[in-house]
Ligand binder design. Structure first.
Ligand code: SF4
Length: 451
């Protein structure tokens, strides 16, 4: 059971020396109790206190690493139940399955399809994370060979699903790549022993949260250290209920016995797998396995995941500056917007759609959208005039002095003209109207300032 802040406080030196970065020992104890600080920050604490508090301050959901190097996937290691409390750190990993019954050419084709499930959105590449190799052949040697092919052809961390004999053969082939082993529920202990001896993470499967408790205890007793829990639900409703129950027990109740990242196998005839996946991304699924490699299903899922796993306190931003679009020249239009990534990429793609080369000025607004930044006093006539007048800025790159302002802040136009000496044209309210707006602009709108 987790220690309360008061119980933690009793174990601290109570000198309020501030070495930990907090004003008092009690303030530090409260951070420890909330899992937001580690005891290592309190140098003066006794060894006994450090040992006792080490467990209390460990993350409520352990971290499991699959794969190696830059492509490694982290499962778990979350500290809050709700995104707005802090943030979610490790996005739900998406694995797409391959069967070990595939022939060589079919395997290559399948891997090509999986690798193609990747695209750029708001400046980030998002893609499928893992390949799940299923042992459908009952042939350990074949399974190991296909696992090797999936690793070399896909280059992504592997989830190996099969009987322990097949997993043992595959570990010899791909063990150094640090795959996640997933033995069947009837082989929990043997699978845990194999994982422990190979130093690999393992999925422990058992029906429901109650069933998992016993299976997880058996896996721990067999030596498994890095564990992922699969409650084997029968449908989407049960999957979401199990997932919420496990995460709540882990974070709200610090129930260490079931506090593990979760895996859900939504392949093999699972009903409505896409709907289940869409529910499990926001509701705590750590790893989802799908049989489909259909971009129409995977790409929306990746988009949903990106939206959920951005830090609500730090919107995705782009660097403020001048962005030329197309073959922008000194007589091309100048537009301005804020540095919220979604705003930037939307405006940029709408300008590109107009086929009008342009200069896009991006204002530093802490990643806020236009209206939010205006309301927060960060996108003002003064800040825009300052950007226009910056030495080495846009004035040196264009011959004219005409700015297209987002229609939503049309009220700033007079003040900007007054402060900067630039002429302001009020653009459309919505970025989607930019293509027709830009195409209709008369070339005379951007004549040289002295013309
Ligand atoms: Fe208290 Fe330790 Fe922080 Fe000093 S470093 S204020 S003793 S908790």
């Amino acid at each position: 059971m987790a220690l309360t802040a008061l119980e933690i406080y009793k174990l601290l030196p109570k000198t309020n020396c501030k070495e930990c970065g907090f004003p008092t020992c009690l303030a530090f104890a409260m951070q420890l109790a909330a899992g937001k600080a580690g005891i290592e920050k309190c140098e003066p604490a006794s060894m006994e206190a450090k040992e006792k508090l080490g467990a209390a301050s460990a993350p409520p959901l352990p971290k499991v690493t699959v794969g190696t190097g830059d492509g490694a996937i982290i499962l778990g290691d979350e500290v809050v139940l709700f995104r707005h409390e802090k943030t979610f750190y490790h996005p739900t990993a998406i694995a797409v399955s391959v069967s070990d019954t595939l022939g060589e050419e079919a395997l290559r084709e399948r891997l090509r399809g999986i690798l193609a499930l990747s695209f750029e959105r708001v400046g980030q590449m998002i893609s499928v994370d893992m390949v799940a190799v299923r042992c459908d052949s009952s042939d350990p040697a074949r399974f190991a060979r296909i696992a090797g092919g999936a690793l070399s052809g896909g280059g992504k961390p592997l989830l190996l699903q099969g009987p322990v004999a097949a997993l043992a053969a595959a570990v010899k082939e791909v063990g150094p790549s640090r795959p996640l082993l997933s033995p069947p529920p009837e082989e929990v202990e043997d699978g845990a022993r194999l994982a422990a001896s190979a130093g690999l993470p393992v999925v422990v499967k058992a029906r429901g949260v109650k069933g998992l408790e016993a299976a997880l205890a058996a896996a721990r007793a067999a030596g498994a250290k890095e564990i992922v829990a699969d409650p084997m639900p029968e449908d989407a409703g049960q999957a979401v209920a199990d997932s919420i129950c496990i995460r709540s027990l882990a974070i709200a109740h610090r129930a260490r016995e079931v506090a593990y990242p979760t895996a859900f196998d939504l392949g093999g005839g699972f009903p409505l797998p896409f709907a289940a996946a869409c529910l499990l991304v926001p509701k705590y699924g750590s790893l989802l396995v799908l049989d489909t490699a259909d971009p129409a299903e995977i790409l929306p899922l990746l988009t949903l995941r990106q939206n959920i796993f951005t830090d609500p306190q730090r919107p995705i931003q782009v660097e403020p500056g001048i962005y030329p679009i197309g073959k922008a020249t000194p007589s091309s239009p100048v537009l301005i917007t804020t540095n919220f990534s979604l705003t930037y990429f939307t405006v940029r793609s709408d300008i590109e759609a107009s086929r009008t080369p342009a200069h896009l000025l991006i204002a530093e607004c802490d990643g806020m959208s236009v209206l939010t930044a205006w309301a927060a006093g960060k996108f003002t006539a003064e800040s825009i005039a300052k950007i226009l007048g910056d030495s080495g800025g846009i004035e040196g790159q264009v011959e004219h002095r005409t700015l297209i302002l987002p229609g939503m802040v049309a009220r700033l136009s007079g003040k900007i003209e007054e402060l900067s000496g630039w002429r302001v044209l009020v653009g459309p309210q919505e970025s989607s109207a930019l293509p027709s707006y830009l195409r209709r602009l008369p070339p005379a709108a951007f004549l040289p300032a002295h013309g």
